[in-house]
Design a protein around this ligand. Structure first.
Ligand SMILES: Nc1ncnc2c1ncn2[C@@H]1O[C@H](COP(=O)(O)OP(=O)(O)O)[C@@H](O)[C@H]1O
Ligand SMILES: [Mg+2]
Length: 338
């Protein structure tokens, strides 16, 4: 016969995750369960607040009368936050932290982050890539890791996924399915990222590349407060609307005293036959670089092979036809870092 604790564990394992056909047991979401006399403690590895509340209510309904019950989420450690002028260092395992940023979505930040990380790994550097775009985690797909789900080590650390020599952590890997929508408050998103910095078994890294979400909000500031960022790269398209947005990002990094290694102009031109076309205009990258006295590290063409590689999980940096501009960015970054 099974003990009461085993019995309860099996019952909780059979509870369904809201709106999914999967159970807590099959998703391995019970982080801890203890029963001592009449005290029942349940720790769930669930970050989504809505899902957590629903499951907590269900556990309460079943055991609240019989036991002195506590149900809580496994949370990131709460430690004093740093400030932008005096950042914490939550990634002492990384020699250099690189932030890839832009003022706008859809300009090619993730594509650049992924290919920069791969290009650095190709040169023999130890590289980690943190997907900080918690609301649009595209990194796993671009690195051919969309099927990866979170694994924990015996030391209770998250094990990063790895492909093309790059270690990867993304909230995309923590959700029960790839298309689970994330409806996090900003505070939850930032504590998840802090947990990715502190509770992931990254090992020693030469570079930790961070793919930032678009804009200049909460996550960007948190990263600037929690990490000494060695260099930021700013991605823009050649068009003026993008330039204005990136200007805000430039000023934010300046205020946070994060050095900017340079500007990368993406979707600069398109080659048709032997002619260059400029569907997104011309000259924006150079203008931005001139205005803020920054280097223009590369102009990346709009290429079907780049888009296709991103969709299929074979990054452009691994394709000789289109790898060159990403190698230029890596070289420019290394030069800026000295
Ligand atoms: N140089 C390029 N040529 C062709 N497609 C590109 C290029 N750069 C990015 N893309 C495509 O544009 C879309 C947006 O890029 P992404 O890197 O996701 O932008 P962001 O992270 O800034 O939102 C993706 O579908 C990507 O494959
Ligand atoms: Mg992105």
């Amino acid at each position: 016969m099974s003990s009461p604790k085993e019995q309860i564990r099996r019952e909780i394992e059979a509870i369904r995750y809201p709106k999914l056909e999967r159970t807590l047991g099959s998703l391995e979401l019970i982080a801890d369960l203890s029963l001592q006399d009449k005290r029942l403690d349940v720790v769930l590895a669930i970050q989504n607040e809505e899902a957590f509340s629903a499951i907590e209510a269900e556990i309460r309904a079943r055991y609240g009368d019989r036991y002195q019950l506590s149900v809580r989420p496994r949370t990131a450690k709460r430690v004093a936050h740093g400030t932008t002028q005096n950042p914490n260092n939550r990634a002492p395992y990384a020699q250099k932290v690189i932030a890839v940023s832009s003022g706008k979505g859809g300009v090619g930040k993730t594509t650049l982050s992924v290919n920069l990380a791969v290009a650095l790994a190709q040169q023999g550097h130890r590289v980690g890539l943190l997907d900080a775009d918690v609301y649009g985690p595209d990194v796993p797909r671009m690195l051919g890791l969309r099927e990866e789900r979170l694994r924990w080590s015996d030391e209770d650390k998250m094990i990063p996924a790895e492909n093309f020599g790059v270690k990867v952590m993304s909230v995309g890997m923590t959700t029960p399915t790839e298309d689970t929508p994330l409806a996090w408050r900003a505070s939850v998103a930032t504590s998840a990222l802090i947990q990715f910095l502190e509770d992931v078994a990254w090992g020693e890294l030469d570079f930790l590349v961070i793919d930032m979400p678009p804009g200049t909000g909460d996550v960007q500031l948190t990263m600037a407060q929690e990490l000494p960022i060695a260099a930021a790269l700013l991605v823009t398209t050649p068009q003026m609307a993008s330039i204005d947005d990136v200007s805000r990002a430039v000023r934010m990094f300046e205020e946070c005293r994060v050095p900017i290694a340079g500007v990368v102009e993406n979707m600069s031109y398109m080659v048709i036959g032997d002619k260059r076309h400029h569907p997104f205009g011309q000259g924006g990258g150079a203008l931005l670089a001139g205005r803020y006295d920054l280097k223009l590290l590369a102009q990346i063409p709009l290429e079907e092979a780049i888009r296709n590689g991103a969709d299929e999980g074979f990054p452009a940096a691994t394709n000789e036809e289109v790898a060159e501009p990403y190698r230029q960015v890596a070289a420019g970054l290394l030069k800026a870092l000295g």
